[in-house]
Design a protein around this ligand. Structure first.
Ligand SMILES: Nc1nc(=O)c2c([nH]1)NC[C@@H]1CN(c3ccc(C(=O)N[C@@H](CCC(=O)O)C(=O)O)cc3)C=[N+]21
Length: 283
């Protein structure tokens, strides 16, 4: 039976440490402040927003939430971003993705001050990631690396297959994995013989957003399987992309959904918000 990579336990520990850091910053009159913009409503974003508000409160990070209506114009959204860029009390800005159809995601991301871009989506941050320089990185990939590290799963020299090439998970995770000496393949919807490929993975990461997409026949026995998917089923429950019932008995390690990558994403977002706030002290 696979070891359960418990994101709740690991994130709790990280958040506990952050709470102490935040308390120290408070003595220097710094309150790390995260501004979140959610346009319309996306189910995965709603889960994220709810949980991060809760965690921010627990550790003393100020979280400002801006809910804009589904029919918000590009101009209004850009004006909101500009306002947050200029606000000296705001350390970190996060615009929830995906944006409703009709809004230009790239233009919005490019409008965020790279020094406040806590998702690491700005071209500057992406460039730094791929040249292996210190930078803010997307919270989900950051959280996955932290989770593997907590369980002493070393990625160096391992064959990593990432299914999904999104800017928020697949691509940045590939960069981090390469920086940590893994051998990385990114698979996607056009990949041929996907199963054959995923069966070669020592570490398989799945981020496609389709429940039960990966079954036992797509996993090498003993492999580490990271399930990034999160969809709400007709039963109202959250489901990942991996078929837990068949994969858990053969995998070496597996992240549950919920309770795996999700909580790690939040802890990583908090860690990077605090890191951005620390720059107020050192410039
Ligand atoms: N700019 C941007 N950055 C993101 O990182 C981003 C985004 N937009 N849009 C939406 C997705 C989705 N996402 C989640 C993060 C945590 C949970 C999470 O807390 N999951 C809990 C759910 C627990 C529950 O409520 O039952 C868990 O898996 O245990 C879920 C989803 C971040 N995303």
């Amino acid at each position: 039976m696979a070891t359960r990579l418990d994101g709740r336990v690991v994130s709790k520990k990280i958040l506990g440490e952050l709470k102490q850091t935040v308390a120290k910053l408070a003595q220097q009159d710094v309150t790390p402040t995260l501004a979140v913009v959610l346009v319309g409503s996306d189910p995965a974003s709603e889960v994220y927003v709810r949980n991060k508000q809760r965690r921010a409160e627990e550790i003393g990070v100020r979280s400002l939430m801006y809910r804009l209506p589904e029919d918000t114009s590009q101009m209004t959204l850009l004006a909101k971003v500009a306002e947050l860029n200029q606000d000296p009390d705001v350390d970190a800005i996060l615009v929830q993705l995906p944006l409703p159809a009709g809004l230009d995601e790239r233009a919005v991301i490019d409008a965020i001050d790279p020094n406040k871009d806590v998702d690491g989506f700005s071209p500057v941050s992406v460039g730094r990631l791929w040249t292996n320089e210190p930078t803010v990185v997307a919270s989900t990939p950051y959280g996955i690396m932290a989770l593997l590290d907590a369980y002493d799963i070393d990625v160096a020299g391992q064959r990593v297959v990432i299914v999904g090439r999104s800017n928020i998970v697949g691509r940045p995770l590939a960069g981090l994995m390469v920086n940590h000496d893994a051998t990385v393949t990114i698979a996607h919807s056009k990949t041929r013989n996907l199963k054959q490929l995923t069966r070669e993975a020592d570490i398989l990461v799945v981020a496609v957003g389709r429940p039960h997409f990966i079954g036992a026949d797509a996993v090498k026995p003993g492999a580490t399987v990271i399930d990034v998917g999160i969809s709400r089923g007709a039963d109202g429950k959250l489901h990942g992309d991996v078929d837990d019932d068949t994969v858990a008995p053969i995998a070496g390690a597996l992240t549950p959904v919920p309770g795996g990558v999700g909580p790690m994403t939040i802890a990583s977002l908090m860690a990077q918000t605090v890191a951005l706030a620390k720059r107020r002290l050192h410039g």
